[in-house]
Design a protein around this ligand. Structure first.
Ligand code: GLU
Length: 291
């Protein structure tokens, strides 16, 4: 089985930019004869009720998905097994750095802030013990290369940094980068359509996939929605959720279709018209409806 997916974090309602990404992921998967899966990424930042509202909004748009919705909070065993496999090969180490220490560590010129420079990579046992008395350890990947190259249908060949990124946080929560890679592989996801903001994470994830013995998926990082100030669309930009738009008499589906240059008004109609070669390349500027 091959599949595409949409994997929202239930931290609040989806806005119309997120919904547009979901529509694109669905169209792209269906158009390329793949199954379409929905996975709830609920390891972190869960708002009660958000998952139900997100799923209701996807269904209201006419998106359907194959099989049951999967929740990351129910898959700890899979993540633990992946961690154990990496640890067994010496690819995991304990890190005691705080976020602040990492941000303040000296970095090389032109290096984006927050890249981990391996402070805890080679601690002695004594150093580790001393640190462990102060705070719980995060687990990091002992990366064996500085960067990794992925293929993206929109961005072409894309090379990005692979630092010793976190696999499990100090509070015991499995990191997004590990969970997403384990889940995509285990669920047969070989096509990842998602917002462009996640493009810099893709080389880390693709590298981790190869370490776990899996072929990285095909990536399609689509432009995100912007507000009229040119900033990433957010809830505070006003009427941006499916329900808010509905209350103003605006059909989110029609708005999304129009933004994609498509004329249909149901998912089935959009699918007929949709040409994967004409994926949007520019951000979509969302103009709030009057109201
Ligand atoms: N859960 C992530 C988010 O909502 C998306 C992860 C992914 O698509 O890989 O930002």
């Amino acid at each position: 089985m091959t599949a595409g997916r949409f994997a929202p974090s239930p931290s609040g309602d989806l806005h119309v930019g997120n919904l547009r990404t979901a529509v694109l992921a669905w169209l792209h998967a269906r158009r390329t004869d793949r199954e379409f899966l929905v996975r709830i990424e609920d390891l972190d930042r869960v708002q009660p009720g958000a998952e139900e509202r997100q799923l209701a909004d996807l269904a209201a748009l006419g998106l359907d998905w194959d099989g049951a919705v999967v929740r990351q909070s129910e898959r700890a065993r899979l993540y633990d097994a992946a961690l154990a496999s990496l640890a067994g090969r010496g690819l995991v180490y304990e890190c005691y750095c705080t976020r602040r220490e990492i941000l303040e560590a000296p970095s090389a010129p032109h290096e984006p802030p927050g890249i981990y420079r391996g402070t805890c990579r080679n601690l002695s046992d004594a150093e580790r013990l001393a640190q462990a008395a102060v705070r719980p350890a995060a687990l990091r990947l002992r990366s064996e290369l500085p960067d990794f190259t992925i293929q993206d249908e929109l961005h072409g060949t894309y090379e990005g940094v692979v630092d010793d990124f976190v696999l499990r946080r100090g509070d015991g929560v499995v990191a997004y980068n590990l969970a997403v890679v384990v889940d995509d592989a285990q669920q047969g996801v070989d096509q990842v359509v998602r917002g462009e903001d996640l493009l810099p994470s893709a080389p880390r994830q693709a590298y981790l996939a190869t370490l776990l013995g899996n072929q990285p998926p095909t990536y399609v990082h689509v432009p995100v929605a912007l507000n009229t100030d040119g900033q990433r669309l957010a809830k505070r930009d006003g009427a941006v959720t499916y329900q808010q738009l509905r209350e103003l008499g605006v059909d989110a589906m029609a708005l999304i279709a129009q933004s994609l240059g498509l004329a249909g008004s149901t998912m089935a109609e959009l699918l007929e018209e949709y040409d994967p070669a004409s994926l949007p390349r520019d951000p979509w500027v969302f103009v709030p409806p009057p109201g």
